[in-house]
Design a protein around this ligand. Structure first.
Ligand SMILES: *Cc1c(COP(=O)(O)O)cnc(C)c1O
Length: 296
C-alpha cells in the first residue's frame, strides 16, 4: 500500500479567518490513501501488524451500513490476506449500498443482525461463540477499531506535526482517535472534539478510560446544530459546497462537515483569542457520500 504519511498540513486562507486573527490548518489524513483515508488507517495499523505477527486468519468487527470502518477494514484485510467478517447493524437489504458492496468485493463476509440485538449482544460471549463455531477462530476488533492498538496508531497524528499550535480539533465517533491525540498532546495545548451525536457521555468515558485522569486539556462539544448522528440539512450541505469551492477540500456530512461548521461558529463567536493557531484533523469519510448520492 502506498501511504502518504506523514499526512500534509494545509493552511486555510480566508478573509473571515484573517479578520478574526485566527490561523487554521487542516491535518490532511483524508490524503493518506484514496481508499483507506482518514483516521481509519491510523486505527487499523497496529491491529494489522499484530494480526500478521500472530498469524491470525480471520478478523471480526462491527459497523453500520455506511461504516467507514468496515469499508477500510475490508480493504486492508485483503492487502494483508486475512479473511474479514463484518457484523452489520440492521436487516440485509436486497441491493447493498456502495459501502457494503465494496466490502463484499474485497472478500468480506457480512453477517446482518437486527438493531436491538446489535446494541445489546454485539460483544456477548454466546454471540461471539456462535460466530467462532460457524467461521472459525478470529481476532476481535471492536466497533470503529476502538482498542489500545487503535489508540496507539492515533498518537502518531500528533507526533507528525512539526509546527507550533494552540488547539487541535477533531470529530469524535467512538473516541479512539481523540484518545490517541489527547495522550500525545502536551499540556499547554488543548483538544476540542466535535461529536456528531446529540450526547457525548459515552465518548467522554471512552477517553477517560484510555487517558490518564491528569489530562484536563480537552473538551467535547455535542451536535446541537443538526439533531444528531447522520442528520443534516441544506445549511450543512451549502457549507460543505462552499468549503469545497473555496479550498478544494471535500468534507463528509457525517463528521468533518459538522466539525468545521461548528468550529467556524466558535470562531465567529470569538471563542479563540487573536493569534490562536488551530489544527483541525480531516478524518476522511468521503466514501460515505457516495452511498447517499448527495455529492456536491
Ligand atoms: C470513524 C470516523 C470518525 C470517528 O473516529 P473515532 O476514532 O471513532 O472517534 C471520525 N470521522 C470519520 C470520517 C470517521 O470515519
Amino acid at each position: 500500500m502506498n501511504l502518504k504519511i506523514p499526512s500534509p498540513l494545509t493552511k486555510i486562507n480566508s478573509h473571515f479567518l484573517k479578520n478574526k486573527g485566527v490561523e487554521l490548518y487542516i491535518k490532511r489524513d483524508d490524503l493518506i490513501h484514496e481508499i483507506i483515508s482518514g483516521n481509519k488507517w491510523r486505527k487499523l495499523k497496529y491491529n494489522f501488524l499484530h494480526a500478521k505477527k500472530s498469524k491470525i486468519k480471520n478478523i471480526v468487527s462491527f459497523g453500520g451500513k455506511y461504516s467507514n470502518h468496515l469499508h477500510a477494514l475490508s480493504f486492508v484485510s485483503k492487502q494483508f490476506k486475512i479473511q474479514s467478517i463484518g457484523i452489520v447493524r440492521g436487516e440485509r437489504e436486497k441491493n447493498l449500498n456502495h459501502t457494503l458492496s465494496f466490502c463484499i468485493e474485497n472478500g468480506m463476509k457480512l453477517i446482518f443482525i437486527d438493531r436491538s440485538s446489535y446494541r445489546t449482544n454485539k460483544y456477548d460471549k454466546k454471540f461471539l461463540e456462535n460466530i467462532k463455531t460457524s467461521q472459525g477462530n478470529f481476532y476481535l476488533l471492536p466497533e470503529g477499531g476502538n482498542n489500545k492498538l487503535g489508540v496507539k496508531g492515533c498518537k502518531e497524528i500528533i507526533s507528525e506535526i512539526d509546527i507550533e499550535f494552540d488547539y487541535f480539533c477533531s470529530s469524535v465517533g467512538t473516541g479512539c482517535t481523540a484518545s490517541g491525540v489527547i495522550q500525545k498532546l502536551p499540556s499547554n495545548k488543548k483538544f476540542i472534539g466535535f461529536s456528531p451525536f446529540k450526547k457525548n457521555h459515552e465518548q467522554i468515558s471512552v477517553i477517560q478510560n484510555h487517558c490518564s485522569n491528569e489530562k484536563k486539556n480537552w473538551y467535547i462539544f455535542t451536535d446541537t446544530e443538526f439533531g444528531g448522528f447522520g442528520k443534516f440539512n441544506k445549511e450543512l450541505l451549502d457549507f460543505i459546497n462552499e468549503f469545497y469551492h473555496e479550498h478544494k477540500i471535500k468534507l463528509d456530512h457525517i463528521y468533518n462537515g459538522k466539525q468545521l461548521f461548528n468550529l467556524f461558529i466558535l470562531i465567529k463567536k470569538n471563542f479563540f483569542p487573536k493569534k490562536t493557531r488551530i489544527i483541525a484533523l480531516h478524518t476522511g469519510g468521503i466514501q460515505g457520500l457516495e452511498s447517499l448520492n448527495k455529492f456536491i
